[in-house]
Write a protein that binds this ligand. Structure first.
Ligand code: NCD
Length: 365
């Protein structure tokens, strides 16, 4: 079987103590950058981006260059052998044999985990479809630590496309681990947070409420996390048209917010934050993007220095008779993958995309 590397597919691959160490190291790197120049001399990072990216890709590349390492890869699969029909598995296998760390973004849920199964070096998930985005979450955690001074005791509002927003999923899961956090989930009925994430919040003893008015929610928030409606994840242009422009944070709404509330956004922004909010000192989204570079320097360094314990990627059971029924899951397009499910109190969860399969539907259980 595959070798174990400290892959980062989901933040749950690492214990919370490791997230905290990565954040602490990032704070030190930001303060004392000169010490880390050359820390990755002679090492190579491959960035394989099958989906558009500005911040994630550039901040990873800048992070590695600042550490003295080199970079290879592609951001347009049309110019690589992907255009000739090469599978994700083969491309990653080769890229991982040319490099010390692979950073990958792909539009299929669970695809980065699937690639990691056969890679010859650590693989980092830079976003897999509408599923997860763990390094954006490290960025968000660092921003909260630096700007709010804590990762606990916060009332955090999430607004926008909570169904398809992978940054929302990863951050909600992560913040549920810290004490006394509460969540206000602001969306339309169509774009609510997936049930498995809501169950995770509850399982960690945290509370959430679901509302549809940003205006009513804003006064109670310590943090407002705005997100873009994820046009590329919609089934049809008509469905997107119905959802766009529903939420817009503007100067008037900011008046009702606490004096020390901060506004975060993973970016890119479309029209969910009016330009006049940018001058408000509470608008921290550009600063947040800059923190992303330091946290990625810290992550690269921690992985390459082998400061992170490895864990098996698949912990559940391979049940060949049962298929994940999420059409966006990598198991739908790569038939050779195991049908691997975790059993979560009688509910089977696909280990690639987290889709749930109720056990009543499975005559085998
Ligand atoms: C996000 C993404 O790609 O998921 N951007 C990012 O990585 N900073 C958010 C988005 O695309 O809306």
């Amino acid at each position: 079987m595959h070798q174990h590397f400290p892959h980062l597919i989901d933040l749950d691959n690492y214990p919370v103590s490791t997230w905290n160490s990565i954040i602490n190291l990032a704070i030190d790197i930001k303060r004392n950058q000169h010490i880390y120049v050359g820390a990755c001399n002679g090492r190579i990072m491959a960035t394989l981006f099958y989906e558009p990216s500005t911040r994630t890709q550039m901040s990873f590349q800048s992070a590695m260059l600042r550490l003295g390492g080199g970079i290879i890869g592609f951001d347009n699969p049309a110019t690589s052998s992907v255009a000739k029909g090469e599978s994700i598995k083969d491309t990653t296998k080769i890229a991982s044999s040319y490099s010390d760390i692979v950073v990958m973004r792909h539009f299929i849920e669970g695809s980065v985990k699937a690639a990691a199964l056969t890679a010859d070096c650590p693989v980092v998930n830079a976003g897999d479809g509408g599923h997860l985005h763990p390094t954006q979450t490290l960025t968000d955690l660092l921003t909260l630590r630096a700007e709010k001074g804590a990762l606990s005791g916060l009332t955090v509002g999430f607004c926008g496309d909570l169904k398809n927003g992978r940054t929302v999923h990863s951050l909600l899961k992560a913040l549920s681990h810290y004490e006394n956090n509460k969540f206000v989930l602001i969306s339309t009925d169509e774009l609510k947070v997936p049930t498995y994430i809501k169950d995770r919040i509850t399982a960690y003893g945290k509370e959430y409420i679901e509302v549809n008015s940003l205006e009513e929610a804003i006064p109670q928030l310590d943090v407002l996390y705005m997100t873009r409606i994820q046009r590329e994840r919609f089934g049809s242009p008509e469905e997107y048209e119905k959802q766009k422009n529903v939420f817009c944070l503007d100067k008037r709404k900011m008046k009702a917010a606490k004096k020390d509330m901060i506004v975060l956004h993973p970016l890119p922004r479309v029209d969910e934050i009016a330009l006049d909010v940018d001058d408000d000192p509470r608008a921290l989204y550009f600063k947040q993007a800059n923190y992303g570079m330091y946290v990625r320097m810290s992550l690269i360094l921690s992985i390459l220095n082998e400061d992170i314990q490895t864990q098996p990627l698949l912990v559940g059971e391979n049940i060949p008779e049962i298929k994940c029924h999420n059409p966006k899951c990598i198991t739908a397009s790569e038939p050779s993958l195991p049908h691997s499910f975790r059993n979560n109190n009688g509910i089977l969860e696909c280990e690639f995309c987290d889709e749930r399969i109720l056990t009543e539907q499975c005559r085998f259980i």
